[in-house]
Design a binder for this molecule. Structure first.
Ligand SMILES: Cc1ncc(COP(=O)(O)O)c(C=O)c1O
Length: 402
């Protein structure tokens, strides 16, 4: 590897909720006393424990060295970097500067799009298990989530249930759906045929699409990301797609995402909604972070990241299969999240999921309760750490938890 995915970073005191839980985030963790001698292995919130690609800091520092930071317009280089990124990585053609619009965050962009495409109180279609951020953002903004559960097929692959989706669209008069691609928390990278089937359903029932593709760069082992907008003409003109360098390059603390919307009417309405707060403005350093990330080195760094995560996922998957009887999971194809199901384990061992979660936390494995993601016996595990830390976490889980 050219880049460093092995060093163990001490993030304590370095502005990271992953290790220093603020009281409002601590929730279930707050009553747990960590055992002496066990440091924190952060495996919950979706950020990473690797040093960022060096060109990001270089780009920011170069700009910081010019000592003025006044009002500004995004540089051409910002748009060119995005266009080139999508062309190279996802074979996107016809993307122009005018299709790209700044959003502080992806969730904010999702809400702006919903504010155009639905009225408060309207039903919005999502799949479940559901990323907790969607639940919070939609509930907070007065939208009613209608969930169509993903189903595991005979090969243990999570699939959309098109029949159920159609039934829910019709019964609930739904005209907007959120697609999460790749899928947090189940790790699916949707195949072209799967997206085509979903889009056909949406077209049939006049459903607009909000496609959250924040994970689109973290694709594992032989899988391929298909941008929803590339599926067909309907998808291109009826989708607001959300992207960011934040998940790929670990830049969430810098803020900065963007939408891609080809349909002029939709884009102009979303831009208007996004502007209403007067808070949705780019930070000059975050612009330079994106430019630094989308440089040649960033392409290599992202490839090495995917290789590293693939290794971690393979390790964790095999370890669970071998050692944790009664715990089931589907192997992720993208993202760095595992979503494990402990139902059988809990029932066979007469233990509840709360107890298992607590035991993990006591031994420093800061994993995440899957219940708010609509997985009643589930735990979400972040694997974006050096492999040595992943191994340490699974050794602790084997010795003290399962
Ligand atoms: C699917 C998905 N969308 C959005 C976000 C959050 O994005 P942002 O912080 O830009 O709102 C996350 C973070 O984990 C995510 O997994």
């Amino acid at each position: 590897m050219k880049y460093d995915f092995e060093s163990i970073l001490d993030r304590a005191g370095k502005d990271a909720i992953a290790v220093d839980l603020p009281t409002n985030q601590a929730g279930a963790f707050k009553d747990v006393k960590r055992k002496e001698g066990f440091d924190v292995i952060p495996m919950w919130v979706a950020d990473m424990n690797f040093p960022a690609c060096p060109t990001i800091a270089e780009s920011i520092i170069e700009r910081v060295n010019h000592p003025t930071y006044g009002y500004f317009e995004p540089r051409e280089e910002y748009f060119d970097s995005i266009i080139q990124w999508h062309k190279t990585r996802n074979h996107v053609e016809g993307l122009e500067k005018k299709h790209i619009g700044y959003e502080n965050g992806v969730l904010g962009g999702v809400i702006s799009a919903l504010n155009v495409l639905a009225s408060k109180g309207d039903n919005v279609l999502l799949n479940s298990p559901t990323y907790i951020g969607f639940t919070h953002a939609l509930e907070n903004n007065g939208y009613n989530m209608v969930l169509s559960p993903l189903k595991l097929d005979e090969n243990n692959v999570w699939r959309m249930d098109y029949e159920d989706m159609e039934k829910k669209i019709v019964e609930n008069h739904i005209h907007v759906a959120i697609i999460c691609s790749p899928y947090n928390p189940c790790g699916r990278v949707w195949e072209k045929e799967e997206l085509e089937k979903a889009v056909a359903l949406f077209e049939k029932h006049n459903v607009w699409i909000v496609s959250d593709e924040i994970w689109s760069d973290i694709i594992l082992d032989g899988n391929k990301h298909i941008p929803t907008q590339s599926v067909n003409a309907y998808a291109r003109t009826h989708t607001a797609a959300m992207y960011a360098p934040s998940k790929t390059f670990n830049l969430a603390g810098l803020i900065g995402s963007y939408h891609i919307i080809y349909n002029d009417w939709l884009r102009e309405r979303v831009e208007k909604k996004s502007s209403l707060s007067h808070y949705n403005s780019m930070n000059v350093l975050s612009m330079y972070a994106l430019i630094g990330a989308y440089k040649k080195e960033g392409y290599e760094w992202a490839d090495e990241l995917c290789e590293t995560i693939t290794g971690n996922v393979n390790y964790a998957y095999d370890f669970i299969k071998e050692n944790f009887k009664g715990v089931s999971l589907a192997k992720p194809q993208g993202t760095y999240m595992l979503f494990i199901d402990c139902e059988k384990y809990c029932k066979e061992n007469n233990v509840d999921i709360e107890t298992i979660l607590h035991k993990g936390w006591e031994y420093g494995v800061y994993w995440q309760d899957g219940r708010p993601f609509h997985g009643p016996y589930s735990i979400r595990i972040n694997l974006a750490l050096p492999l040595s830390r992943v191994k340490e976490a699974f050794d602790r889980l084997k010795t003290y938890v399962f």
